[in-house]
Design a protein around this ligand. Sequence first.
Ligand code: SF4
Length: 398
Amino acid sequence: MSVTLKMGRRLMLEPDFRLFLKFAYNFGYKGMRSVQKFKQRLKKGISFPPFLYLSIINSCQLRCQGCWVDVSAKRQMIELEDLNRIVKDARQHGNSFFGILGGEPFMHPQLLEFLAQHPDCYFQIFTNGQLITPAVAKELRRLGNSTLLISIEGSEIVSNERRGGNDVLNKTMEGLRNAIAERLIVGVATSVCQTNYELVSEDWLRKLIDMGVLYAWFHTYRVVGPDPSAHLALTPEQIVSLRRFVVAMRRKLPIGIVDAYWDDKGEALCPMATGISHHIGPSGAIEPCPIIQFANETIHDEKTLYQLITESDFLDDFRKTAASATRGCIVLERPDLVKELVQRHSAPDTTQRGTALAELEALTPRHSQHLPGQEVPEDHWLYRFAKKHWFFGFGAYT
Ligand code: SF4
């Protein structure tokens, strides 16, 4: 049986079948339709992202290296009423998928109530898994409209070091087991860096498959935030070998592998620069992407979300400047340009710590996912087809 059929069989048989149907329709079909609408808008010169990422709260019980969120500051969160307004507005323009981030999203007291109010949408929750109790997992199953992307950053020792906590891996694995026991759709994400590169292995993926995990996401470590830990960054050679590994494993193993940085030809892209996604921070600030903590618009302004994003000179200039500078990450490669953009638009720092500009000034330009001449094209027909139609440059890099 081909790996694609094995993957299809896992997706249909391992999670609760009702959850598979919600995933296929609310995310698969309606997600594809939202990208089609995005493309139609672009033809009219209007950029409103089909995928919005919401950092619903800053609080978190961990203290990860490279985290850009004010996790130890006073709690700041997007209230339920505002969350509902964001979804309602975006849905009017065809959106159905939302990424839910933090801090730790399960520290938001109204998260489950929020999910319950949008049964026709689909939510990917980026979580450290430590607050996924059997009761929470049961409720997520009842609601059926979310997938958990649980972050695992290495062995027990590395997890404690990377995440600034104790017994981190065991607590996360307990949450993961509770989720699998309720037959939820679960993925595992890793921010690949120097201390956990061993997770870039077939062995690790086979372990995930045995645990009942349906997809993986290997992020490349971002050198940002108040504790950027630049020594953890991957070398260009490691980024290329990670890319090769992902492409090879997609053909070999019945587990989905997500990436957000390469198109079907293996050419790099930045989701922010293409306009396919933007971010709303815990203060309600509408930011180009999660690690760019500057904004001129917030959800509390007297306009609809659609107006705020489509009429934003700051976001428009950010997309265009980033796309003309690189196909990679403007924050890593050209922090000087990010500073220029922020000053050109007098965009306020959206953090509570108020040091985002100083952090930017302290960054040394470095490589990112854009490594010209080392493109690794997709090798699996399904990923090639999906990226060719729904995840590419969208004309940003012409
Ligand atoms: S600017 Fe960098 S971190 Fe932000 S979306 Fe683009 S590539 Fe990703």
